[in-house]
Design a protein around this ligand. Structure first.
Ligand code: COA
Length: 185
């Protein structure tokens, strides 16, 4: 039986305990802030993050502390959302998308021991409202993905993505501006 976050009202707690809402083998830590009607698939691991109303979190997704996910967001399976990432409302995140928050990572500090949180600084990233991140993409840190932008599958995003723009490739380059054709909506 999963532990139910203490801050939820009774209706939300009942919802969370419903098998259809939280499948087996999910860990939703007590410090997670959940909106209404959030749905999960199996093997989700959430701690210290917030998730807005109506969002869907796919299987094998991890969301770290100090990450935030807005309302009506779809996060597809096998995606990793790290500390310092802010995902606004109505965003689509494909499968196996990785975010980054440390540009020059090291396992150990000068003294030789494993690094702690004091040894490095989180670099934030934001995905603006209505944007979509294609499957298998990697989003480097300090990036803003603009409103309603699309990142092509398999991209490595190294620079800000302008709003309403499609980028793709490694490194991701602008393909074109979105003209709101029916298939792009
Ligand atoms: C990028 C994307 C949105 C298409 O955008 P588009 O502007 O319509 O691009 P086109 O299909 O007209 O292709 C334009 C060029 O970009 C290339 N291209 C398309 N997608 C690409 C990608 N993901 N990575 C690299 N290049 C890509 C095409 O090969 C083409 O190259 P060419 O001009 O040398 O022939 C789409 O291919 C894509 O990757 N969507 C994400 C899908 C996804 O991940 N869904 C997740 C849920 S299933």
């Amino acid at each position: 039986m999963m532990s139910v976050p203490a801050h939820l009202d009774s209706e939300a707690k009942e919802d969370l305990q419903a098998p259809s809402r939280v499948p087996d083998f999910c860990r939703i830590a007590p410090d997670v802030t959940l909106g209404a009607n959030v749905t999960f698939f199996a093997f989700v691991n959430l701690y210290g993050c917030s998730i807005g109303d109506n969002s869907r979190i796919g299987a094998f997704v991890e969301v770290q502390k100090n990450a935030s996910i807005g309302r009506n967001v779809k996060v597809s399976s096998h995606t990793f959302i790290c500390e310092g990432v802010r995902i606004e409302d109505d965003v689509f995140i494909g499968h196996n998308v990785s975010f980054i928050n440390d540009k020059y990572p090291r396992a150990t500090s000068d003294g030789g021991g494993l690094q702690t949180e004091d040894d490095w600084t989180v670099i934030s990233t934001v995905v603006k409202r209505g944007a979509s991140i294609g499957t298998g993409s990697t989003i480097l840190c300090g990036i803003t993905v603009g409103e309603s932008a699309i990142v092509g599958a398999g991209s490595v995003v190294t620079r800000d993505v302008p709003p309403n723009t499609i980028v793709a490739g490694n490194p991701a380059r602008v393909l074109r501006t979105i003209v709101n054709a029916p298939e792009e909506k």
